[in-house]
Ligand binder design. Structure first.
Ligand code: KIV
Length: 272
């Protein structure tokens, strides 16, 4: 084992709690494959999320619903092989934990056994409480996910900001406490008003990670392909694009195609 790998200290769920307690922000980002996850880990992201957004960005589905447990296991095991430092959290996909808590536990155990990931993430509050408890009872850390929960898109009909009514906001606060009391190590809050997210982060002891939830939370998560500008069509207000990689990749490949067609590639020094 190289010294670099041996000396790399793995982030754990306890590290995240310590960071939140000290007010140190947590940086989480998605990855779905070995090459990208290697770069994300080298850039010192604290948490790598193998999100079921893989259904959108890797497979081209319009929702996250179609991706299967086997497909998520494939993505997660590739990411785990890449990450030496980051905590790797994996989404349990739609239909693998909502049916009953025994099925939820079986899905989580398969995920942990076959990928060696560090934790699972599941969407929902009170309605999935039994599943959360059962997974936790097997010693598997669970990250909750509230607010905009893309696996429920057919119930809500849009990806609009959630919890804008008082009633929905109160349910969100209640669900957040229920997940914390059950033993979740963290929750993601997606696309909710920043004042509400800040209130929840203030009330909860566990780290609250936001996406479109403002800066008053303990950390942020973005989808890798969105922040790198690989996906072009998705432009919500909360997304900060750090690169326009989609354009750069298309340009580079266009130049290669042109070089092949004009017989510029390969040249004398690029052959044997
Ligand atoms: O699947 C995903 O990428 C997610 C993040 C948007 C939080 O759940």
């Amino acid at each position: 084992m190289s010294t670099a790998i041996k000396d790399t200290k793995r982030i754990t769920v306890k590290t995240l709690q310590t960071m939140a307690d000290k007010g140190e922000k947590i940086a989480m980002i998605t990855a779905y494959d070995y090459s990208m996850a290697t770069l994300v880990d080298m850039a010192k992201a604290d948490v790598v999320l193998v999100g079921d957004s893989a259904a959108n960005v890797m497979a081209g589905y319009s929702t996250t619903l179609p991706i299967t447990l086997n497909e998520m296991i494939y993505h997660a095991s590739s990411v785990v092989r890449a990450c030496k430092r980051a905590l790797v959290v994996v989404d349990l996909p739609f239909g693998t934990y909502q049916g009953n808590s025994k099925e939820a536990l079986c899905s989580a155990i398969r995920m942990m056994k076959e990928t060696e990931a560090n934790a699972v993430k599941i969407e929902g509050g009170e309605e999935i409480l039994e599943s959360v408890k059962r997974i936790l009872s097997a010693g598997i850390p669970v990250m909750g996910h509230l607010g905009l929960t893309p696996q429920s898109i057919n119930k809500f009909g849009s990806y609009a900001v959630r919890a804008t009514s008082e009633q929905e906001a109160e349910k969100l606060v209640r669900d957040a406490h229920i997940l914390e009391d059950a033993g979740c190590f963290s929750i993601v809050l997606e696309k909710v008003p920043s004042s509400l997210a800040a209130r929840i982060a203030e009330e909860l002891k566990i780290p609250v990670i936001g996406i479109g939830a403002g800066g008053g939370v303990d950390g942020q998560v973005l989808v890798l392909h969105d922040m790198l500008g690989i996906t072009q069509e998705f432009s919500p207000r909360f997304l900060r694009r750090y690169l326009n990689l989609g354009e750069e990749i298309t340009d580079a490949i266009g130049r290669y195609v042109n070089d092949v067609k004009t017989s510029d590639f390969p040249n004398q020094s690029e052959q044997y």
